[in-house]
Each structure stands twice: as structure tokens, then as C-alpha cells.
Design a protein around this ligand. Sequence first.
Ligand code: NDP
Length: 251
Amino acid sequence: MTRLSGRVAVVTGGARGIGAATAVRLAEEGAQIAVFDLPDVACTATVAAVQAAGSTALAVPCDVTDRQQVDAAFQQVVETWGKVDVLVNNAGIVRDNLLFKMTDEDWESVVAVHLRGAFLCTRAAQRWMVAQRWGKVVNVSSTSALGNRGQANYAAAKAGLQGLTRTLAMELGPFNINVNAVAPGFIETEMTRATATRLGLTMDEFKRQAAAQIPLRRVGQPRDVAHVIAFLCSEEASFVNGQVIYVSGGP
Ligand code: NDP
């Protein structure tokens, strides 16, 4: 399909996992993709996959917590392609610990990447979206927003993203900009693989345990999330605004 033909999309944390799958899925819809990730992270695989999907990609080094890097990254996208139509705030980290062991750094780094990152990127992107009266923003929240033991920092940040989503939907809606969120459950990526290692489980055992708790009896794949993000960026979803769609295989 080519529902995003002629559109320019920015995907943060696009080097791997859900971000990489989203970059490819949006490319399949015809969008040109700017892949934002940390300066020391190679986005080569995502760029190649976007090209294999028939589109063009630009790897942009950008730590989303750094205002100067964010502003410079969006400037680079606009200098290259003239505009920004779609923004997917996907970059994320985990620093899990029970509250009494959680350090200031654990708290601040997680809140910074998810919340400050989404704030800085959306503020930078809206300038062009408002001017052209068209834009789609999708924030990647999580089922952890509903509460998850050992994730006070992450749960607070992901719940915060849902408040940010609803508020920006109100502020930006009058300019024909849709702001929505997806809230994935267990998705098989490096992030969940690292959690398995931390818990002393093999990935297969961790997946098996997770799947037993999920009504659809399987864990999710990055593409499961990417499909929903692509829908939210399409004209079919043009009257959906300020919503959080759980992509988790059931409640
Ligand atoms: P990954 O760890 O596989 O990918 C996250 C990407 O974000 C990495 O490439 C990472 O780079 C990058 N990143 C981290 N910090 C920054 C930063 N400051 N600036 C730019 N990029 C950064 O994770 P997933 O694909 O699993 O997760 C993607 C999103 O989905 C996250 O927001 C996550 O919280 C959310 N999510 C994931 C779930 C899951 O089960 N996997 C469930 C629910 C939500 P680096 O490699 O250097 O860290």
C-alpha cells in the first residue's frame, strides 16, 4: 500500500526493535524515513531495510534528551526533504529496580529518554506540521503505564506519555495534527531479551512464561506494533485523536 506516499517520517530509536520495524512499515506505505538514534549507534541495518522496502532513508545521529541535537536533527531532515509529516516517539530505555534500590540516575535517565525526548521531538516537529496544517504524531507508551513492579521510573514515564498524548491532541488538533499513542505489551526485542538475562532466564523461557499470561497465548513481534502505528498515520485514522491503543494480545 502507499498510504504515506510523499510523506516524510521521523522514527526515534529507529536502529532496532519496534523503531526499526516501524521505519520499514512506514516505508512500505511510501514514506521517506529519517532514522534517529544515538550518535554511537549504527542505523545501517534499518537504512538498508527501508531501501529494500522501496523507499529512501536518512540516518540522523540524535540523542533525544539533548535539545540542541534534537533541533539540529529536525533541521537536517527539513534541509534534506523540505518538511516533517510524521513523528514516532519510540526511543526508550529501561533501568528496572525496586524503589528502595532505584538510583537518581535510574529515575532521571528513563524519564529523560521517554518524556523529555517525546517533548523535545514533538515541539521541534510541530513547527513544520502546524505550518502545513497536516501531521501525525504517535507516542510509544506501554502496558507498564498501568503499573509494573520494579518499573516505577518506566511506568511513570509511560503513563506520562499518555497524558502528553491527550494534551497535545487537544492543542494540535485544530491544526489537523493527530496525536495518538500505542501501548505495547511484551514484544520480542533486545529490550525484553536484556530483561530475560537480568532475570536469569533464557529468552525462550521468558517468552513462554509471558505468553501463558496473554489471552492470545503468544508474545508480540515488532511488526505487530508497527502495523498499528502505520494505521494511526493513515487517512483511515484521520478522526482518531488523543487515543491510546493497547497492542498486547488482550487485557
Ligand atoms: P530497543 O532497546 O530494542 O530499541 C530502543 C532504541 O532506542 C535503541 O536503538 C536505543 O539505542 C534507542 N535509544 C535509547 N536511548 C535513546 C536516546 N536517548 N536517543 C535516541 N535513541 C535512543 O527497544 P524496543 O524496540 O523494545 O522498544 C521501543 C519502544 O517501545 C520503547 O519506547 C519501549 O519502551 C517501548 N516498549 C517496548 C516493549 C517491549 O516489550 N519490547 C513493550 C512496551 C513498550 P541503544 O541501543 O543505544 O540503547
